[in-house]
Design a protein around this ligand. Structure first.
Ligand code: ADP
Ligand code: ADP
Length: 227
């Protein structure tokens, strides 16, 4: 479980990006943060793994205040997937996926075997393993990004507009595969999007933010559809 307790972020230039956010993202569920550009979604997400430090409040991961956990330890348990996948351009697909396990000192052969297994799970044909990111389609790159985040088997995944840079057909495929995978894996997921339809499709719960970093509504997808 991730719990925001009266969390605020004011940037040095005075911008109040997040304003006293209280929110619980339950374990094993998908919590979607949705709202217009600039409403503080990315800032909220990056405070969870302390890429951004809150100026006020606390963020709890289960029973631990994330401020008291060394960041390398914190991030080992938190996968992170972004738009355009953020792949390392000079590493092949398989080397992208094994980056974290190898940094953690995992046996290279084992890491590669697991990478091939993950490729299959996210719908990437094995023959793409030796390609470089630029030789993949946008949809394939996003799949590699998801596989790379899963390689460390983190209980928590942060996803920032992971499917926004691909065309609508591929996007729908990625969403469906993601839901299927999550059905098996049951990760604790915080998912950022500006697209309300995507929020309703993917979220177990949806936190609607408005500009100024206020939580406007916390709802189930069914509630939002009825509204
Ligand atoms: P969203 O992800 O919803 O688009 P962000 O969290 O990126 O929103 O940004 C929230 C607000 O904080 C915006 O007004 C944005 O301009 C501002 N902001 C984001 N990053 C910085 C920064 N490094 N310095 C100053 N203001 C920032
Ligand atoms: P998608 O529908 O997944 O976005 P694309 O239509 O972009 O797929 O690409 C179709 C096929 O072409 C994919 O199998 C992909 O591997 C291949 N492909 C795309 N770009 C390149 C490239 N720059 N070099 C080699 N193969 C590519």
């Amino acid at each position: 479980m991730i719990r925001f307790e009266s969390v605020s972020k004011k940037y040095p230039d005075g911008t109040l990006a997040v304003d006293e956010l209280d929110l619980v993202a339950p374990s094993g569920r998908i919590t979607v943060l949705v709202g217009p550009s600039g409403c503080g979604k990315t800032t909220s997400l990056r405070m969870i793994n302390r890429m951004i430090e809150p100026t006020d409040g606390r963020i709890w991961l289960d029973d631990r205040d994330t401020a008291s956990v060394p960041t390398h330890e914190l991030r080992r348990g938190i996968g992170y997937v972004i738009q355009h996948a953020g792949l390392f351009p000079h590493r092949t697909v398989v080397d992208n996926i094994t980056t974290v396990p190898e940094l953690l000192g995992q046996d290279k052969k084992r890491a590669r075997a697991r990478a091939m297994e993950l490729m299959e799970r996210v719908g990437l044909p094995a023959q793409l393993a030796k390609r470089y990111p630029a030789q993949l389609s946008g949809g394939q790159q996003q799949r590699v990004g998801v596989a790379r985040a899963l390689a460390a088997d983190p209980p928590v995944m942060l996803m920032d507009e992971p499917f926004s840079a691909v065309d609508p057909v591929v996007r729908a495929q990625l969403q469906n595969e993601f839901l299927r995978l999550q059905g098996e894996l049951g990760k604790t997921i915080v998912f950022v999007t500006h697209d309300i339809d995507e929020a309703i499709k993917l979220g177990d719960q949806v936190a609607v933010l408005r500009v100024g970093g206020h939580l406007a509504q916390l709802a189930s997808p069914a509630d939002l559809l009825a509204a």
